[in-house]
Design a binder for this molecule. Sequence first.
Ligand SMILES: [Fe+2]
Ligand SMILES: [Fe+2]
Length: 276
Amino acid sequence: MDTQEILDVALRLAKQSEVPADTTINVPSKDVKRALIGIDVDPADLLLAKEKGYDLVIAHHPTGGSAILNFPKVLAKHGDILQRHDVPIQAASSAVRELQEEREPRAHAENYDHLPSVARMIGIGLMCIHNPCDEIGRRVMDETLRSRLSAKPRVQDAVAVLETIPEFRAAKTRIVVRMGKPENPLGKWAVHHGAGTNGGVPVARAAFDHGIDTVFYIHIDAGALRRLWELYGRDGPKNLVVTGHLASDSIGINVLVRELRARGLGIDTYSGIIDV
Ligand SMILES: [Fe+2]
Ligand SMILES: [Fe+2]
């Protein structure tokens, strides 16, 4: 298989017709037999992979080139998720705009060629598959909740349902209720994953102010969390459930890993993937 065929497999699994902005082939590889896949990849890892005989390194998080420069575009997917949960288009769009404005200066400033340049010098394939894996993971979480939640569930019931997913069981982190209470009614809920990164304050606000009672993020930073506590009350009726970064990323990555292995590729995982 070549790198383009690997990317096509990921897109098909994610039911996507175009390559998301945070996903790219940095250094193509024509005849991949052994690939190493990890959540974060740094230059030393490329050297290690070459030494161990891999043809290609696949990162989950953006590695460089267009995946870094165009990253803010993928945040627009938060708007799609909000709208699918009945948030009005104006509120969804302004949340996306705010997120993109926060992120654009960083994308513009980042060293977009560090990792790709090292891969070229070493002579090893390099690509990142970010949103397709996250979209697969979002769907698994969403469908698991949808099919297994009982009538009138509480927040803790949703946590228990998610914990049936093997990656959450195997992870060294637990699913945490960061705002609200485990015994609160779950109410209307939405999994906000598969859109670049967490939706921070803007997406959570758009959700909570337009009828969503429980938001699921895979991670959130302390500053955004504190702001949400100020807005909605740390133990109030609105709930923020944080599922855990590596476990949540691993769900979608593992679907791809299994498919590539089934197609005969030698795939090894490292760097945070919970290979269940
Ligand atoms: Fe991810
Ligand atoms: Fe991630």
